[in-house]
Design a binder for this molecule. Structure first.
Ligand SMILES: *Cc1c(COP(=O)(O)O)cnc(C)c1O
Length: 398
């Protein structure tokens, strides 16, 4: 049997060093739990970074993957397939969108959105305004759209046509709108940026600016979409509708798939040949996404997510009261919650995550600001209690 240490040694020899990994080789998952090669159990409140919304190896998703893998794994998008069509029907039937483009990741879904916004403008306008603190992916264009300098460093020159507005400042955003602007891109809640929700009035203001200046509003719901916030998409509880939306992470509950969704009139700018993907809408990934969406859309599921989110938030709030020196508050929506740390807490953020890992609890530190919790949406109150108690126990040691 391979141990954690053995696999780490082998992997560190052969991989490009893009990841600072914890010293565990995960070999099995079930629900909110994971097991490593040494037989240690973890309570997973990271879910593969907001991916495994239904938990690990959800039976409906596993069955759908196995069934589809035995029938047809891949054909090109030169042909129709049932799973991807069913997926697009589900996405259209449960959102503002009329049309869908399927991709393989969040960055790719955003690339499709960026290209669509440019070609839709059709008059030489190409500039997209995004927000400071945002995260939109790691391809060159999506890195350029990302409003955090640490992701740009060393990769210049970045593609032209991206500017960043300071977070929360509508007047500064309006200042940036010019002759070349075609769209505003933002996350309704910044995930990587430290679980930072945008105030509803701010988002409404952004929508109004888009309407006034003839710009498209693009919501990046790659992290907030697919039930994470207690509604299928975060913007559905804010009363603001985008022109384009991207989703990915939880869409396939672990299989790589993303989607760019839009209205009929905007979609018309994409015609045969303007954009494509070899794997996008792959039948196996699409079948996993259909099974995931059907489960999340079943009666009562999202209501339960809202209730669990409230319960988790209340429990985290108690930590704010107990440890004011380290914890500055709780923020988030549904089951994407952040424990905002004080200056002293921020200095300890990575250490807290490592110590939680060593105790068998997975979470991470986002945006150098908050401990981020994105447990599977099926998490139980008991699991929330176990996690919060472990965290309280650790915070008490500082
Ligand atoms: C994770 C993430 C992305 C990038 O998704 P990938 O699948 O890693 O390419 C884009 N936008 C947001 C908001 C994300 O959280």
């Amino acid at each position: 049997m391979t141990t954690n240490e053995q696999l780490k040694a082998r992997a560190d020899r052969v991989f490009v060093g893009t990841y600072a990994r914890y010293p565990a080789a995960m070999i099995r998952g079930e629900g909110c739990r994971l097991w490593d090669a040494d037989g240690r159990e973890y309570l997973d409140f990271l879910s593969g970074i907001a991916v495994c919304a239904l938990g690990h190896c959800h039976p409906a998703v596993t069955a759908a993957i196995c069934r589809q893998a035995g029938e047809l794994v891949h054909v090109s998008n030169l042909y129709y397939t049932e799973p991807q069509t069913q997926l697009a029907e589900l996405l259209v039937g449960n959102s503002f969108a009329d049309k869908v483009f399927l991709a393989n990741s969040g960055a790719e879904a955003n690339e499709a959105a960026i290209k669509l916004a440019r070609i839709h403008a059709g008059d030489g306008r190409y500039q997209i305004i995004s927000l400071a603190g945002s995260f939109h992916g790691r391809t060159l264009a999506t890195v350029a759209a990302t409003g955090q300098a640490k992701f740009h460093k060393g990769f210049e020159p970045l593609p032209d046509g991206f500017v960043h507005a300071p977070f929360g400042d509508l007047a500064a955003l309006e200042e940036l709108i010019g002759d070349r602007t075609c769209a505003i891109l933002c996350e309704p809640l910044q995930g990587e940026g430290g679980v930072r929700p945008l105030e509803t009035a701010y988002l409404k203001g952004i929508r109004e600016l888009c309407d006034r200046f003839g710009l498209l509003l693009i919501f990046d719901e790659v992290q907030t979409g697919i039930g994470r916030t207690g509604t299928l998409f975060a913007h559905q509880q804010l009363g603001i509708q985008p022109d384009i939306m991207t989703v990915a992470k939880a869409l396939g509950n672990g299989l790589p798939i993303g989607a760019m969704m839009t209205t009929d009139s905007v979609a018309a700018a994409f015609v045969p040949g303007t954009h494509a993907s070899t794997f996008g809408g792959n039948p196996v990934a699409a079948a996993a996404a259909v099974a995931s969406l059907q489960t999340i859309l079943a009666d009562g599921f999202l209501t339960a997510v809202q209730r669990r989110g409230q319960y988790f938030q209340q429990q985290l709030q108690k930590l704010t009261e107990s440890y004011p020196g380290l914890v500055d508050g709780v923020r988030g929506m549904g089951l994407i919650l952040g424990l905002v740390l004080t200056e002293k807490g921020v200095a300890l953020g990575s250490e807290i995550v490592s110590k939680m890992f060593a105790r068998g609890f997975l979470c991470n530190f986002a945006g150098n600001a908050a401990l981020r919790f994105v447990p599977p949406l099926i998490v139980s109150d008991g699991e929330i209690d176990r996690f919060v108690n472990a965290l309280a126990d650790l915070l008490a040691k500082y």
